[in-house]
Design a protein around this ligand. Sequence first.
Ligand code: AMP
Ligand code: GLY
Length: 420
Amino acid sequence: MNILILGGGGREHSIAWAVMQNPKCDKLIVAPGNAGIAQIAECADLDILNGAAVVNFCEGNAIDFVIVGPEAPLAAGVGDRLRDAGLLVFGPSGAAARLEASKSFTKEICDAAGAPTAGYGHFTDAEAARAYVRAQGAPIVVKADGLAAGKGVIVAETVEQALAAIDDMFGGEFGDAGAEVVIEEFMEGEEASFFVLCDGETALPFGTAQDHKRVGEGDTGPNTGGMGAYSPAPVLTDAVAEKALEEIVRPTLKVMAERGMPYQGVLYVGLMIKDGQPRLVEYNVRFGDPECQVLMMRLGAQALDLMQAAAEGRLAGCAVNWADDHAMTVVMAATGYPGAYEKGSEIRGLAECPEDSFHMVFHAGTGERDGRIVATGGRVLNVTARGASLAEAAGRAYGMVDRIDWPEGFCRRDIGWRAL
Ligand code: AMP
Ligand code: GLY
């Protein structure tokens, strides 16, 4: 089978790594890829938001199966264009991708599904939004409705902060994403991510993870795209996962199918868990990054079979073959991230890191210059390991971090502290 993966971060490197282990994979191309991906697969320069260009590329390269990594091509309907052209695709339609692209859409689907989530109001004008905040009080959560690259959510501790967030959003700070605003009840509890493969009808749990969003140790400082993750998530016990499936995921899939937009792909179910009761924080229509890296490390080659079964509508009867293992990924980022940072610094020592089914350094933001690996982004490496316990996985991951010689980078030394 000839496979194309769309995307070029650590998430896509880990998917490529797992897919390559499956003997079914004859040829793998990743677009655009990065310097780490280029060591295991062919990389192609392709505008992945342009459906016609991606279809053309697939036809020219005899691609059989396309795996879409990030949300932007899904929201732009690239999956639809590919399916219209007769290609097999892992990832939802543009209509179903609104579960990530529109927060008010998701809230409305939750209402129809009876899925437990935060109470909310949906506003298209600032005055009504302000009145709602004054009536509800703080803490309260203000969200831009559309895709805002993870920046459109303000957890306001005071009414004044919430009012300022409303002004920013309606003032255009998040562009079109903030033309509509969702204001939510603040939910307390512990957050965890639940990944579920879906084929339009059947839901197959595909692993759990927790990530660390804050840049600083002890979960302090500004929010980032994620500084590390581990799987499984201890708070997401089998009982909580079963509740989340019964009360949130399956009713959502049923409503989506009834409305003519069956959901196919991976559903990232962000949960807030309190006293054993899960409530939905958000859906994403793709794997989390860096959560995907720990899932792929644990799943290995079977990830391809299961993603293919989802795309072909054959998930009923499929099962994940879990080992009794744990995985951790530590993100190495450029000094300054998530604020301003330098690009182009050289990373040495990668060749000293083992590469096997227990150890892998996935590249998130790297390029190659004269045979050297250089940093090209904020989050740059995902140092990932697996072990019989989380402590063993952590020891292996930090052992690799210590071999990497990159003075311009940094990482958190406490990934997994809650579970350890
Ligand atoms: P989202 O982009 O919806 O995942 O929101 C980003 C982060 O904001 C989440 O991971 C939570 O930590 C936090 N958050 C979002 N909504 C709520 C809520 N209703 N109550 C508490 N925290 C929330
Ligand atoms: N790690 C969070 C996300 O991928 O949205």
